[in-house]
Design a protein around this ligand. Structure first.
Ligand code: PAF
Length: 294
């Protein structure tokens, strides 16, 4: 595995692969890699000849009061994991490489509507930071395919919309959420949980799946389901940010045209904010059917 710390180095490495006609798949990350990231890499390997992974803790997607400096940086361990997975190229740029003119004068890529709701309401500017850095990374790597986790379902939807709106010739592949045995979605943030918080954390996924089962059993008072779920989370010790039953395509309220529902939640345990989601789709006879996404 070759590590490139600058755009120039990466271009030299990519030129060779491109001249050999090899296809390129890209997995953007912020490092601190866990099984969830490695599942993205494993999926990526099945899609193209060359796997490029980036590790870049993007300051532009951190809001005021969010701990950019405290974000875990574990480059040596990350490199070992990527090497073991057969990744050919690691792009680990510095902030000056991505934002040579500073961030305040940076052109911003912003996806309206999809980026304003749910996590976008509680983390203003966060998704603009994500779409700006992802579009820069896409322009640098110029992959054929890029892979994102379904755990960050809103991020995945926003990236798909950006690629479509900006006519980027990149196929976006979503990968099923990787979970611990008790259902907790793998996340870099799980490492911040105390032992007690870790024992409560799986309840987030459980609450989502209970809600999904209720909808699959034709319970259609969504407002009631949402407030019941929020109450359950509060009682367990979470501070819920949102628990929302939405159209999976628009992330707006479910309508008669909705073909897939996403149930999305964000809730804090102490100082740790966890997010998760589950989905259901309409089957051909018009009943809600659970998707096997755990
Ligand atoms: O999901 C993440 O880790 C980040 O938001 C991403 C896509 C790497 C952009 O910084």
């Amino acid at each position: 595995m070759r590590t490139c710390n600058s755009n120039a180095q990466l271009q030299t490495a990519l030129k060779r692969f491109r001249s050999e006609g090899q296809s390129i798949v890209f997995v953007p990350t912020m490092g601190n890699l866990h099984e969830g990231h490695l599942d993205l890499v494993r999926k990526a390997r099945t899609l193209c000849d060359i796997v490029v992974v980036s590790i870049f803790v993007n300051p532009l997607q951190f809001g005021a009061g969010e701990d950019l400096d405290g974000y875990p940086r574990t480059m040596a361990a990350d490199k070992e994991k990527l090497f073991a997975e057969g990744v050919q190229l690691l792009y680990a740029p510095g902030v000056e490489d991505i934002y040579p003119d500073g961030m305040s004068r940076q052109t911003i890529v912003s996806v309206p509507e999809l980026g304003d709701t749910l996590c976008g309401s509680s983390r203003p500017g966060h998704f603009d930071g994500v779409t700006t850095v992802v579009s820069k990374l896409f322009n640098i790597v110029q992959p054929d395919v890029s892979v994102f986790g379904e755990k960050d379902f809103q991020q995945l939807s926003i990236v798909r919309k950006m690629v479509k709106d900006l006519c980027m010739a990149i196929e976006i592949i979503g990968v099923k959420t990787t979970r611990d045995e008790d259902g907790l979605a793998k996340s870099s943030r799980n490492g911040y949980l105390s032992q007690t918080e870790r024992s409560i954390a799986p309840l987030l996924h459980q609450t989502l799946t209970n809600c999904r089962e209720a909808i699959a059993c034709d319970f259609d008072n969504f407002l009631q389901l949402e407030s019941h779920a929020r109450m359950k989370l509060l009682q367990a010790g979470f501070e819920p940010d949102y628990f929302a039953i939405r159209d999976a395509r628009t992330l707006r309220a479910v309508t008669e045209d909705t073909e897939e529902i996403a149930i999305l939640a964000a809730a804090s345990l102490g100082n740790t904010r966890l997010i998760d989601n589950v989905r259901l789709s309409l089957n051909p006879v018009g009943d809600w059917r659970m998707l096997a996404d755990g």
